[in-house]
Design a protein around this ligand. Structure first.
Ligand SMILES: Nc1nc2c(ncn2[C@@H]2O[C@H](COP(=O)(O)OP(=O)(O)OP(=O)(O)O)[C@@H](O)[C@H]2O)c(=O)[nH]1
Ligand SMILES: [Mg+2]
Length: 350
């Protein structure tokens, strides 16, 4: 089950209460106060880990709570601090506070860790109130409550190349040919029902991540087909690979299908539509004399990369091209982030 949005409640641990106690021992009259302080409640963190790619772990669990601090004890014993709760999420998870309607943090890299709820402080035991003029205090304080938040987690997968196209265009066939991902492939529309990530490997240890998402149809922004919601998973890709079926089984025109899909992308988000795009004409094995691809080139007036995901024609060149483009864009992005003065910390406190 692929889950990319959940709402949960997280709570840090409460602080333990301070202890009221006096030293009582044989032959030691008036032993004095010896109540220890309470322990601190555990904090709640979110952390990104590599081997996760959905929010399925949250499906059956709404409440997430760190351990409370233990109360202080006699003989000046400090209560134990509560254990922190570290919640693992996939890279690309956005953390929102539902009540404040605020984006708290975008965990867009592996190994990031963010503190979202701070544990309550432990209370003071009566020993800590002892002074020269008040040597037998009976005063203690209770532990503080841990912070609590209603959190919404939203996952936007992190990939370098996002495959977009109409159903049946051959997106899944392409990703399964380029990577170890094995999404279902069939000759009916909407075979793919959830996003799939694949790592495309080239020679000399070069690699990039490709995302296959369910097909889009006209009216997707109004909910037609599977709607546009999966587009969020390619919002952060460096480039879009737009796959056109040159011989759609429904008899539609490849060029018109291209423009229909572009309109849908634009309706969903202008930023997405502005992304660099590589146009791929798939199924050239069915175009024996090359006329359909030629016609498509003339109609779109854009560079088109012909491939056949089934026979493998043009795939090697396509992988090289995508890798080059991803590398250039990533270089540009790191240059931009270096010129901005954003601190490069990996652990944050909110
Ligand atoms: N002849 C030919 N058939 C292809 C090619 N690529 C894909 N197909 C066929 O097209 C059909 C659809 O392929 P998929 O990869 O499932 O298409 P998709 O774009 O992932 O479709 P959805 O998941 O429904 O959006 C399958 O029957 C494939 O075998 C190709 O290069 N040549
Ligand atoms: Mg598919």
């Amino acid at each position: 089950m692929f889950i990319d949005e959940v709402q949960i409640q997280v709570k840090a641990g409460d602080g333990g209460d301070g202890c009221l106690s006096f030293r009582r021992e044989k032959f030691i009259p008036k032993g004095g106060p010896d109540g220890g302080d309470g322990g601190k409640g555990g904090d709640v963190y979110f952390q990104t880990v590599e081997n996760l790619d959905t929010l399925t772990d949250f499906a059956g669990k709404h409440n997430w709570q760190a351990r409370n601090g233990r109360p202080g004890l006699g003989k000046n014993k400090h209560g134990c601090d509560g254990h922190d709760l570290i919640i693992n999420v996939p890279p690309g998870t956005l953390i929102y506070d539902c009540d404040l309607g605020l984006l708290l943090k975008d965990l867009n890299k592996v190994g990031m860790k963010v503190l979202v709820c701070q544990g309550g402080k432990g209370g003071r035991g009566n020993k800590s109130f002892a002074t020269a003029t008040n040597q037998a205090p009976r005063q203690t304080t209770a532990g503080k409550e841990g912070q609590q938040r209603n959190i919404r987690l939203e996952l936007k997968l992190l990939a370098d190349v996002g495959l977009v196209g109409m159903p049946n265009a051959g997106k899944s066939t392409l990703i399964s040919r380029c990577s170890a991902a094995r999404p279902k492939i069939a000759d009916y529309p909407f075979t793919t029902l959830e996003p799939v990530l694949g790592i495309v490997e080239l020679s000399d240890f070069r690699r990039f991540v490709m995302a296959d998402i369910p097909g889009l149809i006209e009216g997707a922004h109004n909910g037609a087909g599977l709607g546009c919601e999966f587009l969020r998973h390619i919002e952060r890709t460096a480039i879009l690979a737009h796959i056109i079926d040159i011989m759609p089984t429904d008899g539609s025109q490849p060029a018109e299908n291209y423009y229909t899909l572009r309109r849908e992308l634009k309706q969903y988000s202008e930023a997405l539509a502005q992304k660099d795009e590589v146009i791929i004409a798939n199924k050239i094995d069915l175009d024996t004399d090359g006329k359909i691809v030629e016609d498509l080139k003339n109609k779109l007036h854009k560079t088109i990369y012909p491939i056949s995901a089934v026979t493998g024609a043009g795939i090697k060149e396509l992988k090289e091209l995508l890798w080059q483009k991803v590398r250039e864009l990533k270089k540009q992005m790191t240059k931009n982030s270096e010129t901005s003065n954003e601190p490069r910390t990996t652990s944050h406190k909110l």
